[in-house]
Structure formats: structure tokens, C-alpha cells
Design a binder for this molecule. Sequence first.
Ligand code: NAP
Ligand code: MG
Length: 404
Amino acid sequence: MKKIQMTTPIVEMDGDEMTRILWKMIKDELILPFVDLKSEYYDLGLPNRDKTNDQVTIDSARAAVKYGVAVKCATITPNAQRMDEYHLHKMWKSPNGTIRSIMDGTVFRAPITIPSIHPIVKNWEKPITIARHAYGDVYKSVEIRAEEAGTAKLVFEGKSGKTQEVKIHDFDGPGVIQGMHNTDKSIRSFAHSCFKFAVDTKQDLWFATKDTISKTYDARFRQIFQEVYDKEYKEQFEQLGITYFYTLIDDAVARVMRSKGGFIWACKNYDGDVMSDMLSTAFGSLAMMTSVLVSPEGKYEYEAAHGTVTRHYYRYLKGEETSTNPMATIFAWSGALRKRGEMDGIPELQHFGDALEAACFDTLNEGIATKDLVHLMEGVEAKQVNSADFIAAIRERLEKRLKA
Ligand code: NAP
Ligand code: MG
């Protein structure tokens, strides 16, 4: 079989622990035999981040901006225990945080669904993708504990010298006060990422806030989304037959529960934090959750939503067999290669991304699965295999599909 040729590299961000082990297996078995892989490799494993003073993370994010498509392995975010374990010079920041701040993107999380695993919500037939705004609101708020009676005010001192002031509350005893913010720029970026992703995946976009109560703050979110939609995306949406739909957050929750799925749900920062955990649990498994960071300029970084699966790694180090699920990491690769093919006009590469995913579904639909999925599967005779055998089974089916 002739290997598929690429023109532009993808940015490859290697990572830590069990997912680093899976990363190599996936590349060796499912990518390199079929694709003449062009990648710019960055080792984001914790030892190399420490060695380079985390410069490697910054360089990899800049490369992602330059080339437009990256694929990332899960990485350790250091804490005190990791400082000792890896003899670190510093408690390096979360790589995902660093990459997000350089690419300035929105994270979209979607479950990989299969017929034998039923969501807890029985009318959900298709995946629901959550888009979470990743800046501001309560996550960047300041707070005061008022110990006595008094008056709280909100003051804005404009650069022009113009000042705005409103009374928050006249306290007749102790209480609490919070001040939060967002910026038009960040909300606009969020809106662009959401509309772009909806066009890209040909799905409806839902957005919801509480603008009946928050008549200035949340209303600004609604206005910016509407402006961006009317000006830049309305025509594309109409051509694709998809819709943009705005409603109140409580109404959105009710509609999501009654829906069949198959849309993108854009959430403000806090709503996204809460709702994404609800959705991933209701769809079945963390190991089946994909994640993609999309910048407002349309640059993409694909990864799994789960972490480095430390508990399995420690068992692996002891020489024990592990049955860690590589699905979300494989889908990060298929997503990145398909996007690269789309951007560079290489249909074989796009087709390869589709075939790889189809081979994964073939494998699972035959009941061949990792430990985490076996007990969730219904209607097939599930057979538990280790990670290597699972990947080998996918490879067999991939070869068949590529020959067909
Ligand atoms: P985790 O790696 O997601 O794993 C938590 C548990 O979920 C595992 O112990 C395992 O349960 C199950 N699980 C997750 N992924 C699985 C898979 N692919 N196959 C089978 N089971 C899977 O979260 P964590 O243990 O809290 O974090 C470990 C490290 O990952 C931390 O250092 C953290 O900083 C990092 N992290 C990185 C990212 C990222 O890079 N995006 C995200 C989150 C966490 P059982 O043990 O019960 O089998
Ligand atoms: Mg959370």
C-alpha cells in the first residue's frame, strides 16, 4: 500500500505517563504504516518541560498558530507531589492553560457515541458538544467580606476621565460582595470560535445566558453573538441548513434534556464548567470524550479530554497488563489528520481520518473493548482486551477499510 503524502506538518505535542505509552502505540500501529507523517515534534513530557523551563510548551503553541493544526497527548499539571516525583525546578503551569492563552481559543468537548453504550438520557441519539467560554466572569472575580453595615458601590474610572458609579447595596449588617468582568474582545472571540465550529461540523449552535436578569452583562453576550452571526455567518448557516438559536439558560437546560442531541451548546464560563461534567457523565465515559481547541482565526488543537491515567501507568511500570482506552487519543489523531487534509486539499488524508474512526467503531461494535467500556456495553457480547490487543484489532479493520 502506498503511504499517504502530506504537504504541511501537523504539530505533535507528546505528553506523559500512560497516554505517552498509548501515543507511541497509536503512531506505530495506526498512523505510520499508512501515512508518510509530516510532523513538527514537541516533547511536552514533564521532564522536558522542566529541562526547557517550559519553553517547549510555548514553542509548541506558537507552532500550532503557525501551522494551524496540532495534536496533543495528555500532560501532567504539576502539584506538590509531582515536584518531588519528578524533581522539578518549578511548579510549571498547566500546559493546556499556556496553549489556550497563546492560541486564544474555545474548547469544544464531544462524546464518542456507539450503539451499544446508551446515554443515561434515553432520547439522546447523537452527541452533544459543549463549547465553554474560557475567560472571565466568576473565575476572574474579586470579592469582599463586609463585616458591618455600610454601602457597597461599583465604580468605573474611564481613561477619558469619565466615571460611572452605581450603588450595589446598602448593608444594614454584614454580608458579601463580588465584582466580576468580561471583555467585548473575549466574548467576540468566543462567538467566532463557536460559529466557525458549527459551520465546520455542520451542526446547529445553541447559546444561552440569563439576560432577563442580567440586563447589561449577559445581554452583552447575547448582542455580540447576534452581531457576529448577522454580519459574518448567517449566509453560511443558511446555505448549510443549520441554525443559530438563542434562549435563556434555564430553558436551554430543559430543551437539552428533551432533545435528540446532535448540536453544539455554547456556554458561559461557569455554565460550561457545570454542564460539561453533567454531559460527559450522562454519555458514559471520560475515556470517550474528545476535546478540540479552536482559535477565533480557525487554528485547531486536538486532544483527549481525560488526563494521563496515572493509576494505570503505575501498574504498567510494575509490569502489569493494562486495559487503558485509547479511543479519545486516536480520535485526536484522526481529527487532526482530517483537518490537515481539509486545509491542504488532500482528500486521501481526510478519508484516512474517517477510515480510522470507522475502524474503531467496527472494533467496538464487534464487542472488542477495553475494561472501562465492557461493563457499559449492552446488546453485544463484550470481550475485554488489553490496550495493545485493542489497537491491533483496530489496525486489522483499518487495513480492510483502506483496501476496500
Ligand atoms: P485521568 O487521567 O483522566 O484519570 C482518572 C481516572 O479515570 C483513571 O484512573 C481511570 O479510572 C479513568 N480513565 C481516564 N481516562 C481513561 C482511559 N483512557 N481509559 C481507561 N480509564 C480512564 O485523571 P487524573 O488521574 O485526575 O489525572 C492524572 C494526571 O492527568 C494529572 O497529573 C493531571 O494533571 C493530568 N490531566 C491532564 C489533562 C490534559 O492534559 N488535558 C486533563 C486532566 C488531567 P480507573 O483508575 O478507575 O480505571
Ligand atoms: Mg470543572
